[in-house]
Structures are given as structure tokens and as C-alpha cells.
Design a protein around this ligand. Structure first.
Ligand code: MN
Length: 242
């Protein structure tokens, strides 16, 4: 990557990725300005009906997951940032600055960010394989799509307890797979081993799949590949690297 691209990736990672359509959806101001958040965080609307992802994710799970779990993270995040240095920061900046000492902001800010990304990359009748620049980046990083799928699925299935598996872009613009516990994510530079900007994530908390799959996390992860909207994932990558 040339210097200009590197600086752009670094700047976007730090300031809040204003050009990214996903980051647009988690910000509360439409201006794209990275600083000066004045409104409370709000629960983003799902872009589809609760039953849109059936049979892969059932409507009741979606309703509870979005309306109770994600809503709870948003509510608790607003309480946790109140009267702190995080109060006027946008979510990506909070992720970049949060530490292990900020438990409420870490858990609920991560919860809000992670679920917002999760809903953004899911869609009815999706799946398949990526094309274009994302496909090229995947080939460069993993060799083949199947190799990516195997490594990503393994990260999701072997995460002990609750957490997430991620496909992210590092500061050199290269894709990598990682897994984080609880509601951590790769933007949490002070917490994670490998820092990056996630473009795809899968929630492997039991609340994401238990009604339909019970203990069969592997089946849920396999099903997840049928509802990934690769165009959204590709848009996330493009907006980070452009
Ligand atoms: Mn969840």
C-alpha cells in the first residue's frame, strides 16, 4: 500500500470511517463529522422483517435479539458514557479509546457496535460468494473462498463461551480473521491482540441461535453463510480502502 492509502486507512480507522455506510448507520449525526456527538445512541432499525432470515435465523430470535438484547446495550451504553470523556464521542472513537477499566462502555459500546454491523451484513436470499475487490482481497489473504470459510467458521465454532468471529481489515489494508470474547471487537485497540476494522462479524452468543439450534453452534455458523450480504461486506471494505 502506498503512503497516501496508508494515511487514509489510518485516519479513517481513528476518526470514525465517515464514508463507510455501516458507520453511517451507527452514528447519530448525519453530517459525517467525527466529533461532537450530541444525541443519545439509538437502536438502528433492521433493514428487513424479523422473519426475513428464516429458516436460517427464526423470527422470534431476531425479535428478541434486536428488540431486547441490542436495545439493552444501547440503553446501557447511554448510561455508561454519561458525564465521562466518552460522552461526546462517536462509537468508532469510543471503541478505539476504551480500556479494560471502562467495563460498562466496553461491554455495551461493543454490544451496540457489534450488533449494528451484524444486522448490516445480513439479508434475505443472500449467501454465495463475494466478487470484485473483496474476492481479490480474500484470495490474497486466504488463498480461496473455501479456505476463508473454513478459517472463519473455525474461529466462530471454537470461541469458548460468548463472543464473535470477525473478518477485518488491518492498517496495511489486508484482510484477517479473528475472534473476540463477550462484546469486544477488533476496533478496541487497547484490548484486542490484533487490531483492525471489522467488515463482517458473526454473533456466537447463545442468544443468537439457541431457540433454533440449541447447542448446535456449528449448524448455526454453517447456516449463517446463506444470509451474508456480500455486497454490504464489499461496500464496507471499499469505503475503508478508497
Ligand atoms: Mn447478540
Amino acid at each position: 500500500m502506498d503512503k497516501r492509502t496508508f494515511l487514509k486507512v489510518s485516519a479513517l480507522t481513528v476518526t470514525g470511517l465517515a464514508l463507510n455506510p455501516f458507520y453511517g448507520c451507527v452514528k447519530t449525526e448525519p453530517s459525517g463529522e467525527p466529533e461532537g456527538r450530541t444525541d443519545d445512541f439509538t437502536l438502528p432499525a433492521l433493514g428487513f422483517a424479523f422473519n426475513a432470515l428464516e429458516p436460517h435465523i427464526d423470527a422470534r430470535t431476531m425479535e428478541i435479539h434486536h428488540g431486547k438484547h441490542h436495545a439493552g446495550y444501547v440503553r446501557k451504553l447511554n448510561a455508561a458514557v454519561k458525564d465521562t470523556k466518552f460522552a461526546t464521542m462517536h462509537l468508532p472513537e469510543i471503541m478505539a479509546q476504551v480500556t479494560e477499566d471502562d467495563a460498562g462502555v466496553r461491554n455495551n459500546g461493543g454490544g451496540h457496535f457489534n450488533h449494528s454491523l451484524f444486522w448490516n451484513v445480513l439479508g434475505q436470499g443472500k449467501g454465495g460468494e463475494p466478487t470484485g475487490e473483496l474476492a481479490k482481497a480474500m484470495t490474497s489473504a486466504f488463498g480461496t473462498f473455501d479456505a476463508f470459510k473454513e478459517e472463519f467458521s473455525k474461529a466462530a465454532k471454537t470461541r469458548f463461551g460468548s463472543g464473535w468471529a470477525w473478518l477485518s481489515v488491518d492498517d496495511a489494508g489486508k484482510l484477517f480473521i479473528s475472534s473476540t470474547p463477550n462484546q469486544d471487537n477488533p476496533l478496541m485497540a487497547n484490548i484486542v491482540e490484533q487490531k483492525g476494522t471489522p467488515i463482517l462479524g458473526v454473533d456466537v452468543w447463545e442468544h443468537a441461535y439457541y431457540l433454533n439450534y440449541q447447542n448446535r453452534r456449528g449448524d448455526y455458523v454453517a447456516s449463517f453463510f446463506n444470509i451474508i450480504d456480500w455486497e454490504k461486506v464489499a461496500a464496507n471494505l471499499t469505503s475503508i480502502l478508497q
